[in-house]
Design a protein around this ligand. Sequence first.
Ligand SMILES: [Zn+2]
Length: 60
Amino acid sequence: MTFMSECPSCGRSIAWSTDNPYRPFCSARCKGADLIGWAEEKNVLPVDSEDEDFPREPED
Ligand SMILES: [Zn+2]
């Protein structure tokens, strides 16, 4: 009995097998792509207005 699954990265139908070290991905490439995506997402910090710390004009 073979379970079919879909690679979360490329969507290709793959056989869910314990022989597949890359599951749930179809290949090392897809697994790597997903990990890279995660890493990039983690490293992307929301750009706040901190950079635009423009000097305020004194109110006097
Ligand atoms: Zn894939």
